[in-house]
Design a protein around this ligand. Structure first.
Ligand code: HEM
Length: 207
């Protein structure tokens, strides 16, 4: 079985390295967070303002501050949706013939859950290519990506279990980035900002 993770291609990384799942998903999501914050400076400002107001400037948010940081929570949801680290999940094989919404699935067929397509579905998400944490706030939030981003059924990502702290390390610590840094675009020789392209590639394959 192979699992390829999706990370921005313009962030430096170890080339052709075979990585374990935690490092692949964690490094991909962290580099995607840096890209999003770079491209959407107003998101960074909003996140920093929330952390400063609730936690202060002298310490990092703790895990149990999460309930008091709704914008940071929405930022994490939007990162999961905007840059899914496993855009096609893992391949599954039908153990027996089945019918799904009128489509026959023969025994032995390979089934791919197109997580990327769900994350870009205009019926679920207004302007899906835009990075907007606000879509998960307010009285009628859009679909929570945690419902599909970790896969489905009994083979759903075990890292997503609420009691598993690895996923917290992989996702919930993203608040450390706006909490500790201000990310800005580099300048060219004329002092003008360089905007990186939004490009993703596979960075790791395991088992
Ligand atoms: C943002 C973080 C992560 C995302 C979005 C993610 C997503 C996924 C997805 C979509 C699958 C396929 C599920 C399916 O077949 O339906 C999966 C499987 C898996 N993930 Fe994750 N994952 C993440 C982090 C992690 C971490 C941190 C670990 C390790 C602790 C991990 C371990 C695994 C394992 C072992 C499987 C295979 C499960 C099986 O086939 O029974 N994942 N993950």
């Amino acid at each position: 079985m192979c699992f390829a993770s999706h990370a921005p291609s313009n962030v430096e990384r170890a080339a052709n390295e075979t990585l374990p799942p935690t490092r692949v998903t964690t490094s991909s999501s962290l580099t995607s967070c840096i890209l999003a914050i770079l491209l959407y400076p107003e998101v960074q400002k909003h996140a920093q303002a929330e952390i400063d107001a609730i936690v202060g400037q002298d310490q990092f948010p703790a895990f149990n501050d999460r309930d008091k940081l709704p914008y940071i929570g929405a930022l994490i949801q939007e990162l999961l949706r905007w840059a899914p680290v496993a855009p096609q999940g893992l391949l599954h094989r039908a153990m027996k013939e089945d019918v799904y919404e009128g489509y026959r699935i023969p025994k032995g067929a390979t089934v791919i859950a197109n997580i990327f397509s769900i994350s870009r579905d205009e019926k679920m998400y207004l302007d899906p290519l835009e990075f907007r944490p606000e879509r998960f706030l307010g009285s009628s939030p859009q679909l929570d990506p945690r419902k599909f981003i970790f896969g489905f059924g009994r083979r759903r990502c075990p890292g997503a279990h609420p009691l598993h702290d690895t996923i917290q390390a992989a996702t919930e610590r993203w608040d450390l980035i706006p909490g500790a840094f201000t990310i800005a675009k580099p300048l060219d020789a004329r002092g003008e900002e360089i905007t990186p392209p939004i490009e993703f590639e596979n960075v790791g394959v395991f088992w």
